[in-house]
Design a protein around this ligand. Sequence first.
Ligand code: CO8
Length: 258
Amino acid sequence: MTYQNILTEVDGKVAIITLNRPQVLNAIDDSLMDELLSALQKFDADDHIACMIVTGSEKAFAAGADVSKMAKMGFNEVYRQELITRNWDQIKQIRKPIIAAVSGFALGGGCELAMMCDMIMASDTAKFSQPEIKLGIIPGAGGTQRLPRAISKSKAMDLVLTGRMMDAVEAERAGLVARIFPQADFLKQVKAVAHEIAAMPLLTILMAKESINTAYETTLSEGIHLERRLFHSCFGTHDQKEGMAAFIEKRPAKFTNT
Ligand code: CO8
């Protein structure tokens, strides 16, 4: 697939997908989402890749859904054709970790896209908001569901009902953002984290992601049951033997993803 709205790059075991609609601050439309999903699926199936980064420009991760396209839409077509959000749920099927590297604006659908990734790394310029209410709509790609889980009901209400922006420090304090890096070497720092993850045993990476994400979908006892089963499954991998032998022999582990 030739991409018009994203750029892709591979750096060792890390794939970087850059949203690329600079003229509209990476506003998200269906074709951008089609391409993003296609690239994520391609890297997920690629045995040479272990971790993915989704990023935007220095000014904007993504300034939300494309308002000029949405402004022309009516209830009949958006509802009947599942416009705007039709393929978002498929991102959940990606099994390898995805880091959202957010610099500048992550607004509306941009904030929701970042929250669909497995963790958010922010530059010190990042700004998050769900400004939909100012346009007469509510968040439509998980904002009202993932924000309360990430940052509490009270803070989610504050953001969704006022549409105000939250800076990187507030977002990190609230639990939305994992780490903040200075803008000057932001992507370099996020790539270093991605390489650190990618050096871990792949089967174990996949099991850890699956187990953590299950915490959002199920009861505590069912989640703990799944975790126990996956934990036991780790003992069937070569990399568990290697990781523990390397620890005992005081040498670096050589993982083979088996
Ligand atoms: N859609 C379309 N065009 C946009 C968008 C957008 N979301 N955001 C910015 N642009 C365009 C501007 O219209 C402008 O175009 P032009 O140069 O032709 O006038 C260009 O990008 C640059 O923007 P600004 O001149 O406004 O730049 P500023 O630095 O002055 O301001 C802001 C930056 C604060 C980000 C401002 O552009 C802004 O407020 N943007 C809109 C933010 C917004 O309301 N986002 C929420 C959209 S609704 C939504 O996301 C619903 C999600 C539903 C589910 C998810 C589906 C994908």
